[in-house]
Design a protein. Structure first.
Lengths: 234, 781
C-alpha cells in the first residue's frame, strides 16, 4: 500500500514559563492510503497536537513529516494552505459550520476552493441529508450538523479525512450514524480516515490503532477484522 | 478585569479617545465660554459701555443737552470719529486709522478707555493712543510718530500708548471686511481739542453714545432720537446688541455655548454605543465564568456591577483625559481669542466645576451603556450559563428574494450579507459612522470649493476694476471723472454711487446699499447664475437674491425707499430683476435713474478705474493729496485679503473634518473589530478548511464594502444638510452661499472614506494573519 503520511522524530515542545512541555515527543509513524486509523489516548497524551501537525495547522519543533513526498515540517504558509485546501478534510467535535449558511451552502463554500471536488448533491445524498439542504445549522440536530460537517469535508475530495472527536458531542445512536458515514467514505472512495478520540470503543472499527501516552505512541495495534460501525457500543 | 481590558486595549482605547474628544470639547468650550463672557461683562461694566449709538453728519456739541432731555436717556456723550489714511514709509498697502476723539475733561466717560500701556493724553498735544492690535501688528513703540493725511495735508501724530474702549473689542472697518486686518486698520484715541482743530470742525461731533434708563426700552427712544437728529443728517441708530464689535463678540460667545452642549453629546453617544456592544459581547463570551460566579453565590447585581465597572473605568479615564486636554485646548483657544478680541484680564482660568462635571457626565453615559450592555447577566441562570450558548441562528434575509442579486453572490458574499442582517444594530452603527465621515468630508470639500469659487468668481466676473476711489461727501461726478481720466495710464473711469437705504416691501424692511452704476458698465458687472451679464433696466431696481428673500419681493413689486441722502419723501421703485449675489446683498440701479429718484444730478460717491499695476503707486500719491478722498481700494490687495481669510477658514474647516473623520474611523475600526472577534472561530474554521488569508479577508471586506456603499448612499443627502448648516453658520449679511454641491467632491470624499475604511481594516488583516487555528478550535473543549 502507498504511504500517504510519514513522520519521523516528530516533536512539538511548548515553553510554559520555565518548564518545557513536550506535547509530542519524537514520534514515528506511517499512514497508508485508504487506511482507517484511530489515534487513541487520554487528555494531554498529545493526540490533538498530532492532529494539528497532520492537518498542517501547526509546525513541528523538530522532526519531519511528509504528505506523500512533500515535506510539511518546513512548508511555507502558502503551501500549507494549499495542503489543507486539497489534501485534508477536517471534521471537528463541535462541527464548526458557518451559522449563516444553509447546509448546502456550507458544502459549496468548501467545494468552491477545491481543485477536484465531488458533486455536492451526491455527497448530501451520501450523508442522507438531501432533504435538509436548505436548512441552517441552527435548524439541524447535532448528528445532522455533524453529517453536514463530514459532507463539507468529503466534498472537497481530499486524500485524508481528519476527524477530531467526531462523536464527542453526540449520543451513541447518533454517533454511530456518523461513524457509518465515515466508514462509508473510507471504503467507497478508498480515502484515508484518521479519527482522534479518547473513546476506546471507536478504535474497534479501525484498521490500526495508535495508542498515545505522554506525547509518545506507546503501541500501534493492528486489527485484522475491524468491527462494523453498527456494532460499536459505548 | 485589567486583563480583559488589556486584551481589547485598542478598542477600549478608541472608546476612551472618543469620550475624551467629547469631553475635551465640552470642557474647553465651557471654560472658554465662561472666561470670555466673564471678561466681556467685566470690561463692559467697568468701562461703562453704552446702550445705544447714533451717527450724524455733523452736530454741535452743545446740542447734546437736547438729547439728554429725551425721556429714557440716562447719560449721553458725543465724539468725533473720522477715518484717515496712514502713510508708513516703505509700505505699499492702504492703511487706515479711525481717529476717535476723547474728551479729557469728561467724568464717568461712556465707552471709557482702558489704557494698557503708555502715558496720559494731554490737551493741545498731537498725541494718540492706538488700538492694541494695531499697535502690536505694526510693531509700534512709545514715542513713535506716524503720518496721516487729514484734509489732504500730511500730519504727524505721536504714539504714546496702546489702549482700547469697549466699542472696539473687535475692530473692523465695516461689516464687509468680515475679518479684522489688524495691520491695515485700527482705531486711535486723540484729545478732542486736537481733533476739532485738525479737521477744522470746532465744537462739532458726529457720533453719539447713550445709556438707556432701565425702565425704558431702546425702541421707545429710537424714534424720538431720530426726529431730534434729523436736521443733522442722522444716518443710523443702533442698539448695543447690533453694535459691530459687540455683535461679533457676543455671537461668537453664543456659538461657543451652543457648540459646547451639542457636539460633546454626539461623541458621548457614539462612545456609549461602542461600549454597549463591547460589553454585550464580553458577557456572552464569559458566560461560563458568570455561571461559575453565580453558582458560587454571587448575586446577579454584584456581577452586573462588575461589568458596569468596566465602562465606568473607561468613562473615568476618558473623562479625566478629556478634562485635562480640555484645559489645554481652552488655553489655546483663549490665546486664539486674545489674538482676535482685546479684552482686559482675558485669561484661561481653570474651572474645577466643569472638570468634575465633565467626568460626571462621562461616567453617567458610560454607566448607562454598561448597564444596557451587561444586563444579559441578569437573565443568565447558573446551570444554563455553564453550557455554551445556543448556536447563532441563521435566517434567510429579505434580500434573498431579489433573485438576480442573490444568485450573483458567491457563498462568501451570501455569508457576509446574512451577517450584516444578523447584527442589524452594529451594521446600522457602522453605516452611520461611514455616512458621517463621508458626508462631512464631502460637505467640507464642497464648502472649501464653494468659498474659492464665489470669491474668485466675484473678481473674475463682477468687480472688474483695478482700483476704486471713494470720496465723502458724494460729489458731482463729471469733473472728477475728467480729472482722474486725465491721469496717464488710466484707461477707463466710471462713476458709481453707493447709497445706504432702507427698502420696505409690505411689512418687511431691510437696510442695504444700492449701487448706482453706469449703464453698460465695463468695470462692474451684474451677473446671473451662469455668470452672464444682466442688463440694468431703466426705471427699476435689480435686487440680490438674499435681499429679495428678506423683503419677500418678486419681480414687479413696488418697494418703498427711505434714505438720508434725499429731501424727497415717499419714494418708490419697481423690482426689475432678481440676481444671485454671494458677496454682499445689494440693489443695483442705473446711476442716472438713482440720481433722478433721489432728486440729484450727476452725483457719485466713488470712481472705478482701470489701470496697469505699475501705475498704482503714482496714482495713490496723487490722490492722497486730494481732500475729499476717504479710501482707495486696490483690487489686488482685496484679493490678497480674501485669500488670507480663506486660508484661515480652511484651516478651521480641516480641523473640524479631521475630528469627524477620526470619529468615523473609530466607529469603523471598532465595529470591524467586534465583527472580527465575534466570528474568530468561524474565520479560523475557514482557514482550517484551506482558505487563504486573502479569501478569509474577502468575507469581511465584502461586508464592509456593502455597508460602505449603503453608508455612502445615506451620506449623499446628509452632505446637503451639512452643507446647509455650514453655509448657515458662515452666512452673514455680507456673505451668502449657494447651496449647490459639486458632484466632484463626492469622488474626493469617496477616496477619503475608502482610505479610512482601509486603514481601519489593516489592523484586522493583521489579526487574521495572526489567527491561531489551533487555539481558536480548542476553545470549546
Amino acid at each position: 500500500m502507498n504511504i500517504i503520511l510519514k513522520a519521523t522524530n516528530l516533536s512539538k515542545f511548548y515553553q510554559m514559563g520555565e518548564v518545557q512541555v513536550k506535547a509530542l515527543n519524537e514520534v514515528d509513524f506511517e499512514i497508508y492510503q485508504g487506511e482507517f486509523v484511530v489515534v487513541l489516548g487520554p487528555s494531554g497524551s498529545g493526540k490533538s497536537t498530532m492532529l494539528n501537525m497532520i492537518g498542517g495547522m501547526d509546525k513541528a519543533t523538530k522532526g519531519e513529516i511528509f504528505y506523500k513526498d512533500k515535506p510539511l515540517h518546513n512548508a511555507t504558509e502558502k503551501q500549507l494552505t494549499q495542503y489543507r485546501r486539497n489534501a485534508v478534510g477536517f471534521v471537528f467535535q463541535f462541527y464548526n459550520l458557518m451559522p449563516n449558511l444553509t447546509a448546502l451552502e456550507n458544502i459549496k463554500l468548501s467545494v468552491e476552493i477545491a481543485n477536484n471536488p465531488l458533486d455536492t448533491n451526491m455527497v448530501m445524498d451520501e450523508v442522507g441529508l438531501l432533504d435538509r439542504a436548505d436548512h441552517f445549522p441552527s435548524q439541524l440536530s447535532g448528528g445532522q450538523q455533524q453529517r453536514v460537517a463530514i459532507a463539507r469535508a468529503v466534498a472537497k475530495n481530499p486524500d485524508i479525512l481528519l476527524c477530531d472527536e467526531p462523536t464527542g458531542a453526540l449520543d451513541t445512536s447518533t454517533g454511530i450514524q456518523v461513524l457509518k458515514v465515515l466508514k462509508n467514505f473510507n471504503q467507497k472512495h478508498r480515502k484515508t480516515v484518521i479519527i482522534i478520540t479518547h473513546n476506546s470503543s471507536i478504535s474497534k472499527m479501525a484498521d490500526r490503532v495508535f495508542h498515545m501516552h505522554d506525547g509518545k505512541i506507546d503501541k500501534i495495534e493492528i486489527i485484522d477484522t475491524p468491527m462494523p460501525p453498527e456494532e460499536v457500543e459505548w | 478585569m485589567l486583563r480583559d481590558l488589556l486584551k481589547n486595549k485598542v478598542a477600549y482605547l478608541a472608546c476612551s479617545v472618543i469620550i475624551a474628544i467629547g469631553l475635551m470639547i465640552f470642557v474647553s468650550m465651557e471654560n472658554t465660554y465662561i472666561n470670555l463672557s466673564k471678561s466681556m461683562n467685566y470690561f463692559y461694566s467697568e468701562y461703562n459701555f453704552a446702550d445705544g449709538f447714533a451717527t450724524v453728519e455733523s452736530m454741535p456739541l452743545n446740542y447734546l443737552r437736547v438729547i439728554t432731555d429725551i425721556p429714557g436717556i440716562e447719560q449721553v456723550s458725543g465724539k468725533l470719529v473720522k477715518d484717515v489714511r496712514v502713510l508708513f514709509p516703505d509700505r505699499e498697502d492702504n492703511v487706515y486709522l479711525r481717529l476717535v476723539s476723547v474728551d479729557l475733561d469728561e467724568k464717568e466717560r461712556l465707552n471709557d478707555i482702558w489704557r494698557m500701556e503708555g502715558t496720559d493724553l494731554e490737551q493741545g498735544k498731537r498725541n494718540i493712543w492706538t488700538g492694541i492690535k494695531f499697535y502690536d501688528a505694526n510693531e509700534l513703540s512709545y514715542g513713535d510718530s506716524i503720518n496721516v493725511i487729514i484734509n489732504g495735508k500730511l500730519i504727524e501724530l505721536n504714539v504714546i500708548g496702546k489702549a482700547q474702549s469697549p466699542e472696539h473689542v473687535y475692530v473692523m472697518k465695516d461689516i464687509a471686511d468680515f475679518y479684522p486686518s489688524e495691520k491695515e486698520f485700527g482705531v486711535a484715541y486723540i484729545p478732542y481739542d486736537v481733533m476739532e482743530t485738525l479737521f477744522d470742525c470746532n465744537g462739532i461731533i458726529n457720533e453719539i453714545s447713550f445709556k438707556v434708563d432701565s425702565s425704558y426700552s431702546f425702541e421707545d427712544i429710537k424714534n424720538n432720537l431720530e426726529s431730534k437728529l434729523k436736521k443733522y443728517n442722522i444716518s443710523n441708530v443702533v442698539e448695543r446688541k447690533d453694535q459691530l464689535s459687540n455683535f461679533m463678540l457676543s455671537e461668537e460667545i453664543a456659538q461657543i455655548e451652543k457648540m459646547s452642549s451639542s457636539i460633546p453629546i454626539l461623541f458621548l453617544i457614539i462612545a456609549a454605543i461602542i461600549l454597549w456592544i463591547m460589553l454585550k459581547r464580553m458577557v456572552e463570551h464569559q458566560r461560563m465564568q458568570i455561571g461559575t460566579l453565580k453558582a458560587s453565590g454571587y448575586s446577579s447585581f454584584q456581577i452586573l456591577m462588575h461589568y458596569v465597572s468596566y465602562s465606568v473605568v473607561i468613562g473615568i479615564i476618558g473623562g479625566i483625559a478629556g478634562g485635562i486636554l480640555g484645559f489645554v485646548i481652552s488655553d489655546v483657544m483663549i490665546m486664539m481669542y486674545q489674538d482676535i478680541y482685546t479684552l482686559p484680564n482675558l485669561e484661561s482660568e481653570i474651572s474645577v466645576f466643569y472638570f468634575l462635571m465633565g467626568i460626571l457626565i462621562s461616567v453617567i453615559f458610560s454607566s448607562i451603556a454598561g448597564v444596557l450592555g451587561a444586563r444579559g447577566v441578569l437573565k443568565l441562570e447558573p446551570a444554563e450559563s455553564m453550557r455554551p450558548p445556543a448556536p447563532v441562528s441563521g435566517k434567510k434575509v429579505l434580500l434573498e428574494n431579489v433573485k438576480m442579486f442573490w444568485n450573483a453572490l458567491t457563498v462568501q458574499g451570501k455569508m457576509a450579507v446574512r451577517n450584516i442582517f444578523r447584527s442589524k444594530g452594529r451594521s446600522l452603527f457602522t453605516c452611520i459612522g461611514i455616512a458621517f465621515s463621508f458626508s462631512l468630508m464631502a460637505a467640507l470639500f464642497s464648502f472649501v470649493n464653494m468659498f474659492d469659487v464665489i470669491i474668485m468668481d466675484n473678481f473674475k466676473y463682477v468687480q472688474k476694476y483695478d482700483m476704486k476711489v471713494t470720496f465723502f461727501p458724494p460729489q458731482n461726478a463729471t469733473p472728477i471723472i475728467r480729472e482722474l481720466g486725465a491721469i496717464s495710464d488710466v484707461s477707463l473711469t466710471e462713476p458709481m454711487w453707493e447709497v445706504p437705504v432702507t427698502l420696505t416691501n409690505a411689512h418687511r424692511k431691510s437696510d442695504t446699499i444700492v449701487l448706482g452704476l453706469k449703464n453698460n458698465s465695463d468695470l462692474y458687472h451684474v451677473v446671473d447664475e451662469k455668470k452672464h451679464r444682466v442688463e440694468l433696466l431703466k426705471g427699476g431696481i435689480i435686487l440680490a437674491e438674499p435681499l429679495a428673500k428678506k423683503l419677500n419681493a418678486k419681480i414687479g413689486d413696488i418697494l418703498d425707499v427711505d434714505t438720508l441722502f434725499t429731501q424727497k419723501e415717499d419714494l418708490q421703485i419697481r423690482v426689475a430683476n432678481i440676481v444671485p449675489q454671494y458677496i454682499g446683498s445689494n440693489g443695483f440701479m442705473v446711476l442716472e435713474d438713482l440720481n433722478v429718484l433721489l432728486g440729484h444730478r450727476d452725483i457719485a460717491s466713488s470712481v472705478l478705474l482701470r489701470l496697469p499695476n505699475e501705475s498704482v503707486r503714482e496714482i495713490k500719491n496723487t490722490l492722497n493729496k486730494c481732500k475729499i478722498v476717504t479710501s482707495i481700494e486696490e483690487i489686488e490687495q482685496t484679493k490678497e485679503k480674501y485669500k488670507d481669510l480663506m486660508e484661515q477658514a480652511i484651516v478651521m474647516l480641516y480641523a473640524m473634518a479631521l475630528m469627524a473623520v477620526l470619529t468615523g474611523f473609530a466607529i469603523i475600526y471598532n465595529s470591524g473589530l467586534i465583527s472580527f472577534s465575534e466570528r474568530e472561530r468561524e474565520l479560523a474554521s475557514l482557514r482550517v478548511m484551506g482558505m487563504s488569508n486573502g479569501e478569509v479577508m474577502e468575507v469581511l471586506s465584502f461586508e464592509q464594502i456593502f455597508l460602505g456603499v449603503i453608508g455612502i448612499i445615506i451620506g449623499i443627502p446628509l452632505t446637503y444638510s451639512y452643507n446647509y448648516i455650514l453655509a448657515e453658520s458662515f452666512e452673514t449679511d455680507f456673505y451668502n452661499f449657494p447651496m449647490a454641491v459639486d458632484p466632484e467632491v463626492f469622488l474626493y470624499a469617496l477616496a477619503g472614506t475608502g482610505i479610512a475604511i482601509f486603514l481601519a481594516y489593516l489592523s484586522i488583516i493583521k489579526r487574521i494573519k495572526k489567527l491561531s487555528m489551533v487555539d481558536v478550535l480548542k476553545e470549546r473543549e
